[in-house]
Design a binder for this molecule. Structure first.
Ligand SMILES: NC(=O)c1ccc[n+]([C@@H]2O[C@H](COP(=O)([O-])OP(=O)(O)OC[C@H]3O[C@@H](n4cnc5c(N)ncnc54)[C@H](OP(=O)(O)O)[C@@H]3O)[C@@H](O)[C@H]2O)c1
Length: 304
């Protein structure tokens, strides 16, 4: 049969020994609540099986990491159930800095805010074209040698930028973090998916629900600047969700999870009920025709 597999089995992170539940939880929108509310979100994510929590030094200007660290101070036993990812290199107003000095300082500050000893997965957030990759690599290697980061990945790099950094690293990069959703298929046209296959990098997909746009009511989607793609995609998601007794978010996540690149989408909801509904994604059934129909809707034109 041509049914695609959507398994909740843990997925490896690159060639590392790390394996995680196939969906991660993102902390971009995490700051600004009480410690109790933050703890409830973290615990809900852990309860559904989520292990990887994605941060960046700039989320909430550092407040997301600080709040997360406050939860870990209050409930240190949670740390052993999770893997923490964070990122460095975006500096509002500059906008990027991947120099050795900046990376070393950023990692130290993230560790302090997160209230932990090691960052499990450390990303360079965006390519800094003004820094030689050899310098960036030196900083990442020093952090790894010092036991401050376990594994390293890149975020929003092109495949050739990723290959250039890898050329100067004495260990393999393990992850590519890129925007990917039904309506944002760039990873298929710029060589990212192929690089993930050949270099055995994990594709960590940010904004898998297009930042919430895939859940808009149709009349609001029709006013979006990307309406010509968004509306037909939402209609397809809705039809599949309706026929399978799940919700649109579940189908949108399942679309990513069913692809053989073995991606790990990072969900960004701040609502505990929506975190719990993540498991619905594993109930979705896709066959080749259904998957390709959604793929074509999201790219805005039929395949030849
Ligand atoms: N590497 C990078 O450059 C980069 C860039 C952006 C993001 N990221 C990472 O990716 C993570 C996820 O990004 P994201 O937050 O854009 O992901 P997302 O899951 O695509 O979007 C989350 C948004 O969708 C809304 N939403 C979720 N389910 C919904 C539903 N059923 N109905 C209506 N609205 C719904 C959420 O609102 P509610 O909170 O109200 O549910 C939230 O505003 C971030 O936290 C961050 O860790 C990385």
């Amino acid at each position: 049969m041509d049914r695609l597999t959507i398994s909740p089995e843990p997925r490896p992170i690159g060639t590392s020994s790390l394996r995680v539940f196939p969906v991660a939880y993102g902390c971009w929108r995490f700051a600004g609540t009480s410690v109790a509310a933050a703890r409830e979100k973290i615990e809900s994510a852990l309860e559904v099986g989520i292990q990887l929590f994605d941060h960046a030094d700039v989320y909430g200007g550092g407040a997301a990491e600080t709040l997360f660290g406050q939860v870990l101070r209050e409930a240190p036993h949670l740390r052993s159930r999770m893997l923490i990812a964070t990122k460095c290199g975006v500096v509002p107003g500059i906008p990027y800095n991947a120099t050795r000095a900046h990376i070393l300082r950023s990692a130290e500050e993230s560790l302090r805010r997160l209230n932990c000893d090691v960052i499990d997965l450390f990303f360079v957030h965006r390519p800094d074209v003004l820094t030689h990759p050899e310098e960036t690599a030196r900083a990442l290697d020093e952090l790894r040698q010092a036991g401050k980061v376990r594994e390293v990945g890149v975020s929003n790099y092109t495949p050739s930028q990723c290959a250039a950094l890898q050329r100067f690293l004495p260990f393999p990069l393990v992850a590519h973090q890129r925007e990917w959703s039904c309506v944002w298929p760039a990873v298929f046209t710029d060589g990212t998916v192929e690089q993930c296959y050949t270099a055995r990098l994990s594709l960590i997909a940010w904004s898998p629900l297009a930042g919430g746009k895939l859940l808009l009511p149709l009349e609001r989607a029709a006013q979006d600047k990307n309406a010509s793609v968004l509306v037909p995609t939402i209609q397809k998601l809705e039809a599949l969700a309706h026929s399978q007794g799940v919700d649109r978010a579940a189908v949108a996540l399942a679309f990513l999870l069913a692809h053989p690149v073995n991606a790990i989408p990072i969900i960004g909801t701040q609502r505990v009920d929506r975190i719990r509904r993540v498991l619905l994604a594993f109930r979705v059934e896709f066959d080749r025709a259904g998957w390709y129909a959604l793929f074509q809707a999201g790219r805005g034109k039929q395949l030849p």
